[in-house]
Design a protein around this ligand. Structure first.
Ligand SMILES: Nc1ncnc2c1ncn2[C@@H]1O[C@H](COP(=O)(O)OP(=O)(O)OP(=O)(O)O)[C@@H](O)[C@H]1O
Ligand SMILES: [Mg+2]
Length: 471
């Protein structure tokens, strides 16, 4: 049997909490009873709408070993199961996270950026897992509770740790980075995302650069040489603990330089000058942006001391995750449609990247390229202009038809030539029937919008409509 994640004693030392009942060792840490596993420590966090304490009894029914609860609530749940009581549950989770970091011998990477964090983190996890035990964040668990939770879940035996770190506001990344104490910090890129909470994109760059604050002495900063904010990021990295700055991009001065990138519908052949030597590999996810991200992630791999050649060969295994470009071939033979599921999120940079993948994706006989776009959220005052600003990108990316929904997408809809206008609806559910009436065999359909725009159900509707035996 493998060692427990945490013994009761280690949890007590880490949190200085009060024990109620006999706590057994725990094998995992959970904040959500829907995904809780038997043997987990359930952490009763207070969320925006619900308080985790409401779910303590359910956690024990599902097999939790113990629960981390607020001191003031311990008496109420004393009969439910073994408890560890602390004055502040989130701080208790942070303390467990810090203890995990303190005991770890892993080489640690922190990944931030306006887009491409999860994609890069998952790719790093994939390639490192083939070399040694690797622990990484689940999904986009990158915020004030996601980061300490990921730390708290890190087994002592892990040899590599990969942490996604995100933010909506200035000042959020620095404390998270100090908790993670990475050996390597990667900023994928800086773009107009979450602009609602920032005065400018420069301010976003500064907030991303907070990731360098937690770098261990002589750590490595990996930054995008092509980004308009490179100088700003570079200055911040050089003012930090970083012992070395590694740059990546197509720029001639990049340490990891893109020499060639042959884009194919389902991936790319990438040639790189990697710190002075030639590296050639095939990437299993399409688009120039993913090729660029791969340069940065190989920079991380090198800085972690892992094998770069083996990692680059493993990149063929990296596929775009669901909602971030996953490609679906639906329908009966001869009646197929292709769907690019980009429904997980959207911002101007990511929509442009997805349009370029749409342009590179073939259509069947009589088929068209259809862009189905929902609102890009959190763009603040410039929202309408940023939506309308996509209009010139449609025709060059061979889009034949636009289907759009949401109040902000109205700005784009108004600006595209009449010939490209398919349908517009107030929201995604109203667009569903129009989409199903529009799509015909041979079409390639790219569906994208912010998560809150609920574009995922449109992918589900196409799957149902074009299920085998249904077309
Ligand atoms: N370098 C890039 N340039 C432009 N778009 C990109 C880049 N990298 C990824 N994307 C696109 O951005 C979208 C989001 O990717 P991903 O989920 O990896 O980002 P994230 O930074 O983790 O986002 P979140 O802040 O929601 O956690 C995807 O559609 C992806 O294709
Ligand atoms: Mg993410």
């Amino acid at each position: 049997m493998s060692a427990p994640l945490w013994t009761a004693d280690a949890l007590l030392v880490a949190t200085q909490g009060q024990r109620h009942g006999e706590i057994a060792a725990v094998s995992g840490v959970s904040i959500d009873t829907r995904t809780l596993q038997k043997g987990d420590l359930f952490v009763a966090l207070e969320g925006d709408s619900r308080d985790g304490h409401e779910f303590i009894r359910m956690a024990f029914e599902k097999g939790a070993s113990a629960a981390l609860v607020a001191t003031g609530r311990a008496a109420e749940f004393a009969d439910a199961g073994p408890l560890l009581a602390v004055p502040d549950v989130l701080e208790g989770l942070r303390q467990i996270g810090r203890a995990a970091r303190a005991r770890s011998k892993a080489r640690i990477a922190a990944v931030t950026g306006s887009v491409g964090k999860t994609g890069s983190k998952e790719a790093i996890r994939t390639v490192l897992s083939m070399q040694a035990e690797t622990h990484a964040s689940v999904a986009s668990y990158n915020n004030h509770f996601g980061v300490p939770l990921t730390l708290a879940r890190m087994p002592q035996s892990a040899r590599f740790g990969v942490f996604e770190v995100g933010m909506n506001h200035a000042g959020e990344i620095e404390p998270l980075s100090r908790m993670v104490q990475p050996h390597v910090a990667l900023i994928t890129t800086v773009e107009a995302v979450h602009l609602e909470f920032f005065a400018s994109v420069e301010a976003i760059a500064d907030a991303k650069a907070e990731i360098f604050a937690g770098l261990l002495p002589d750590g490595v900063a990996v930054i995008n040489r092509d980004n308009p904010h490179f100088e700003r990021l570079n200055a911040a990295a050089r003012a930090s603990n970083a012992g070395r700055v590694v740059t990546f991009g197509a720029h001639h001065a990049s340490d990891i330089r893109l020499v060639d990138c042959a884009l194919m519908p389902e991936g790319s052949d990438v040639t790189v000058d990697f710190l002075g030597r030639r590296l050639v590999y095939r990437l299993g996810s399409p688009g120039r942006h993913n090729a660029m991200n791969s340069l940065g992630l190989l920079g991380v791999v090198e800085a972690l001391g892992a094998n770069v050649d083996a990692a680059s060969k493993a990149l063929i295994e990296v596929r775009p995750p669901a909602g971030r470009g996953a490609r679906l071939h639906l329908g009966e033979e001869g009646q197929e449609i292709t769907v690019l599921d980009e429904s997980y999120n959207a911002n101007p940079a990511a929509v442009r990247a997805a349009l370029s993948i749409l342009s590179a994706t073939p259509v069947g006989k009589g088929g068209r390229r259809i862009a189905v776009l929902g609102d890009m959220r959190e763009l603040g005052e410039q929202s309408a202009a940023l939506h309308a600003g996509l209009a010139p990108d449609l025709a060059p990316n061979k889009v034949d038809l636009l289907l759009a929904c949401g109040p902000y997408m109205k700005a784009l809809w108004n600006d595209v030539p009449a010939a490209l206008r398919g349908s517009y609806a107030a929201d995604s559910s109203a667009l569903e029937t129009m989409l199903l009436e529009t799509v015909r065999p041979g079409d390639t359909i790219m569906i994208k919008g912010s998560l809150g725009s609920r574009m995922g159900p449109l992918v589900t509707a196409l799957k149902a409509r074009f299920a085998k035996g249904n077309a």
